[in-house]
Design a protein around this ligand. Structure first.
Ligand code: HEC
Ligand code: HEC
Ligand code: HEC
Ligand code: HEC
Ligand code: HEC
Length: 406
């Protein structure tokens, strides 16, 4: 038995020397992982995790942050500093942002600790399964990688005022998905069946990749799935009532989540028979934060959101699986014609300070409906006609009964 084990080890070492191997100590660069995990590397490289420290939107705000506060930002945007202490950003691994080896050397997560992550750097890579196909490194099964708590270490941001600047994890935790055991990974890292996790030229694996694209609000795919909208048009008291139901159908947390400058906007437009716009109403779903003096922090000031926010002024975002009912009344006016059209749209909006125009908008859901408002009275006439018909029938019945009795 022992002999076989030694033989197997020799064989493995023999193979691994032909391929890039991860470092025995410290962090290994993502490019090394990419030599074998080709597809995962490509996906990650295009994700916001890979650009968390180089993303111009981040840098724009980060560059304004006072030197002594920068360490706070780096703990999530260049998380290897938690181990290396490279707060001056001199090492290349620091510039890789939320890199492969940061995530795959996490040993445990305890959200009650100041430093929630515990690490075990080096030759062992931790992941979602037990594997004895070991080339390039050792493998270890890690349950925490399949749990929302793993993401929560960064996707729940608490500042010096103990205020939760971003609360994606707690929004999830309090919602229906947590109860059903549906984790962040189930939605954000779907399995890509048939795509092998290791380059087939290096090793034959039976396992398929789970997506490392980490799609979110920046992707149209997720956005259009996230919400649905239906409208009900009705006439009431010389006016048109438009009831819009907005549902957070697919997001596992509030809609929108993340940075409080993000908003979802419902716009309801009324068009007359000629197709001209005659009314428009809007509802904005977002969080509004205030500083310790109770002063509102504007959308543009992301820096103050992170560093100065102290309390919530309002939060009307749509919770997971919640349906919000919004009613709008448009009074009837002369000349609007017979047929009115209502166009309700839900869009997602976020600001990108470095781009022109500064505001990005994406449509999430839309419904267009028409109503004929001059059909009024038709309903009443129907009633009158039916009542008369019934009366006539009763009358005939009475006459026949009388005739029969005689
Ligand atoms: C020489 C090729 C090679 C390199 C380089 C390599 N890997 Fe792997 N990796 C593999 C193979 C082979 C498997 C096992 C596949 C299987 O079991 O089907 C694997 C499995 C994994 C797993 C799953 C472990 C588990 O038990 O769930 C993780 C996570 C992982 N690698 C991360 C990394 C990271 C991070 C790097 C870079 C620091 C890296 N790998 C570099 C070949 C490599
Ligand atoms: C070490 C910290 C860290 C961990 C752990 C982490 N993230 Fe992130 N994540 C970030 C940062 C920082 C960004 C934003 C990068 C930027 O835009 O500058 C981000 C961005 C994202 C985005 C893109 C958001 C958008 O606006 O499009 C998604 C989706 C995401 N993460 C999901 C996850 C999931 C799911 C997990 C757990 C499997 C996870 N993250 C674990 C730090 C982390
Ligand atoms: C934000 C953290 C994070 C980053 C960054 C990250 N991974 Fe993963 N990775 C995970 C999680 C979580 C899983 C488990 C997903 C699941 O099975 O639900 C995983 C799964 C894997 C697996 C197992 C096979 C699979 O696809 O499920 C491999 C191999 C792997 N990652 C390699 C890499 C490599 C290589 C990189 C960089 C190019 C990388 N990961 C970057 C969190 C991360
Ligand atoms: C039921 C599926 C589902 C679950 C569970 C889920 N998400 Fe999401 N997530 C979505 C969808 C859909 C979107 C796109 C709509 C949006 O931006 O809210 C999204 C968006 C995001 C974004 C981008 C935010 C933005 O507004 O750009 C981040 C970051 C994110 N999720 C992180 C997480 C984390 C962390 C967890 C676990 C605590 C999680 N998600 C659980 C479906 C899910
Ligand atoms: C606890 C972890 C954490 C800390 C600390 C943190 N961030 Fe972030 N940051 C995130 C995550 C996660 C996201 C992605 C949120 C999302 O998309 O929902 C993000 C997103 C951002 C974005 C938006 C990026 C984009 O592309 O839209 C900016 C800007 C930003 N952070 C700046 C900062 C600054 C500046 C600091 C320090 C003052 C900081 N962050 C501290 C986790 C953190």
């Amino acid at each position: 038995m022992l002999f076989l084990g030694v033989l197997a080890n020799l064989f493995l070492i023999g193979v691994s020397t032909e391929y890039p191997s991860v470092k025995k100590e410290g962090y290994t660069e993502s490019q090394t992982c990419g030599a074998c995990h080709t597809v995962i590397y490509k996906e990650w490289k295009n994700s916001l995790h890979a650009s968390s420290i180089s993303d111009p939107v981040f840098l724009d705000v980060f560059n304004e942050v006072e030197k002594e506060k920068k360490t706070f930002c780096l703990k999530c945007h260049a998380p290897t500093v938690r181990v290396t202490g490279d707060y001056d950003l001199t090492q290349s691994i620091t510039k890789e942002g939320v890199t492969c080896d940061f995530c795959h050397t996490v040993k445990s997560v305890d959200l009650n600790k100041d430093e929630p992550f515990e690490f075990d750097l080096g030759f062992i890579k931790r992941g979602p399964f037990e594997s004895d196909l070991e080339i390039g490194h050792k493998n270890l099964y890690s349950g925490i990688h399949l749990k929302a708590e793993f993401c929560a270490g960064c996707h729940e941001v608490v500042n010096e005022n103990e205020f939760h600047v971003m609360s994606t994890y707690s929004e999830w935790k309090e919602g229906p998905y947590a109860e059903k055991g549906i984790q962040c990974q189930n939605c954000h890292m779907p399995e890509e069946f048939g795509t092998p996790i290791v380059n087939p030229e290096i090793a034959k694996t039976q396992r398929s990749v789970t997506a490392h694209k980490f799609l979110g609000g920046h992707s149209q795919i997720n956005i259009t799935r996230a919400a649905s909208l239906t409208q009900v048009l009705d006439k009431a008291n010389n006016s048109l009532s438009v009831v819009v139901y907005v549902t957070n159908s697919e997001a596992g947390h509030s809609l929108p989540t993340g940075i409080p400058s993000r908003k979802v906007i419902l716009t309801v437009k009324l068009f007359d028979s000629k197709g001209e716009i005659i009314g428009e109403k809007e509802v904005v779903y977002k969080r509004v934060l205030v500083n310790s003096e109770g002063k509102e922090i504007p959308d543009k000031n992301i820096k103050d959101m992170f560093l100065k926010a102290a309390a919530l002024k309002s939060d009307n975002r749509i919770k997971p699986k919640e349906t919000r009912r919004e009613e709008f009344i448009f009074p009837f006016t002369r000349g609007m014609g017979k047929v009115l059209t209502v166009d309700s749209a839900l869009r997602y909006e976020f600001s990108v300070p470095y781009l022109e125009p500064n505001i990005m908008r994406m449509e999430m859901a839309r419904e267009i409906k028409t109503i004929n408002i001059k059909e009024e009275g038709k309903g009443i006439w129907k009633w009158i006609v039916s009542i008369i018909a019934v009366l006539v029938l009763l009358f005939i019945l009475q006459i026949t009964l009388r005739a029969l009795r005689r």
